[in-house]
Ligand binder design. Structure first.
Ligand SMILES: *Cc1c(COP(=O)(O)O)cnc(C)c1O
Length: 413
């Protein structure tokens, strides 16, 4: 999609607004699928929490994707978007047994990540097959050394607890149909990822009824020029080959599953904001936009660096700016960033705004959450209206209080 398309959307729907390019989501899905073409049965389960708009979910459904969900509400959104229950995996952390049972009753694949719930669930529902989330204690990413850190991670069942896990499975007679890992960190070093995969293969041998192995996610996408990104083609070649060999050894063709969130939607997203004020202080030139961490919190929460482009003046002279929001709080999107000269009223575009942006938005400062637009086949489709004042007060219940100056009932007595 072109800059002019984005400008037209800002004009038509107003700013701030999130825009998603369907074509980019499709091409990322295709890229990952092609990278693993050597694997007989590949399943990509899109991680809903990255971007959960129903229209985006429907788009992924139309491409043959499954879903990875982390709450019962995400399961419900997936079903509403037309996914079959068997194409949804539910991978919660720290939720109640009741919520897991509710998801099971909806027919989705359950993924359990602690021994306590495993024992309770297996005791009550030995006939419902479950997947087990393993913590291989390997951190893929950060530096190139294999880190055996993550011992204290709250996610997954430690590989050191496998004997205990096997006892529970045996005693409850439950069926384990999948094993899973998600290290949660960026896959920078493919060899580290392969190392963790070997641990998963080793673990897999202990279970006789497996149908799939789920390698989670952590695919890294570039945020700025020079950023490293996961070489999914190389990963596909190496892990695909290793997976096929494992299936031979195991004696059955298994499904290889992934749960990409960021990889599928990050680069497809653009966040458009309008510049309210250009403010020169003694040391800095601030560009203040009509947004803040109420709409895009990743730079403040994770220190993530989103590229910012001035769509209104693409050929302008490059100058240094600090781009800040309108929230009464420090909400710096970028410091000392070279951006083509900014005037009040210009439209600034934040790149990589597809994943973990809108889904983390809030109403802080009593501001409305932005509209969302899906760009598909050369056309803009509004997929979420901007909020209105009604939305801010929808669930509030007002207490009857005396008007200022009026005596309360108690005072009158
Ligand atoms: C968040 C999450 C993902 C997606 O991670 P990305 O880095 O966005 O690809 C996958 N699996 C699980 C279990 C998750 O919690």
């Amino acid at each position: 999609m072109q800059s002019q398309d984005l400008l037209n959307i800002a004009r038509e729907y107003g700013a701030p607004v999130y825009v998603y390019d369907a074509g980019k989501i499709q091409s990322q899905f295709q890229r990952l699928t092609s990278a693993f073409s050597s694997v007989g049965q590949l399943k990509l389960n899109y991680a809903v929490k990255a971007l959960s708009n129903l229209s985006v979910l429907r788009l992924l459904n139309s491409m043959g994707s499954g879903l990875d969900t982390v709450s019962i509400q995400e399961v419900q959104l997936g079903l509403m978007a037309g996914f079959r229950p068997e194409d949804i995996i539910y991978t919660p952390n720290g939720v109640s047994l009741e919520e897991i049972e509710e998801a099971a009753s909806l027919g989705v694949q359950i993924n359990i990540d602690n021994l306590s719930i495993l024992e309770q669930f297996g005791g009550k529902h030995p006939d419902i097959p479950v997947c087990i989330r393993i913590n291989p204690h390997v951190m893929a990413g950060g530096n190139t050394k294999i880190s055996v850190g993550h011992i204290d991670s709250k996610f997954g069942i430690s590989i050191h607890q496998i004997p205990h896990l096997l006892r529970i499975v045996e005693l409850t007679q439950m069926k384990v149909n999948g094993i899973h890992m998600h290290t949660g960190s960026d896959i920078l070093d493919i060899d580290v990822f392969l190392y963790a995969s070997e641990i998963l293969f080793e673990t897999a041998k202990q279970f006789k009824d497996l149908e799939f192995i789920d390698f989670g996610s952590g695919f890294k996408v570039p945020y700025k020029e020079g950023d490293i990104q996961t070489n999914v083609e190389e990963l596909g070649e190496k892990l695909g080959g290793r997976f096929n060999a494992f299936c031979k050894e195991y004696g059955r063709d298994l499904v290889l599953a992934f749960e990409p969130g960021k990889f599928l939607v990050s680069e497809a997203g653009f966040f458009l904001t309008r510049v309210n004020v250009v403010k020169q202080t003694t040391s800095t030139v601030f560009a203040g936009v009509d947004s803040g961490f109420n709409h895009l919190i990743r730079p403040m929460l994770y220190g993530s660096s989103h590229q910012i482009v001035n769509l209104s003046n693409p050929q302008g002279k490059q100058r240094y700016y600090s781009v800040v929001g309108y929230i009464c709080e420090t909400d710096t999107f970028a410091s000392n960033r070279r951006i083509s000269e900014i005037s009040e009223g210009d439209i600034l575009c934040f790149r990589n705004a597809g994943a973990y942006c809108f889904t983390m938005a809030s109403n802080y400062n009593s501001r409305y959450r932005p509209a969302e637009v899906l760009w598909m086949d050369g056309q803009a489709h509004l997929i979420r209206r901007r909020e209105s004042f009604e939305d801010l007060i929808r669930n509030q219940v007002e207490v009857n209080l005396p008007a200022p100056g009026a005596k309360s009932a108690q005072q009158v007595k």
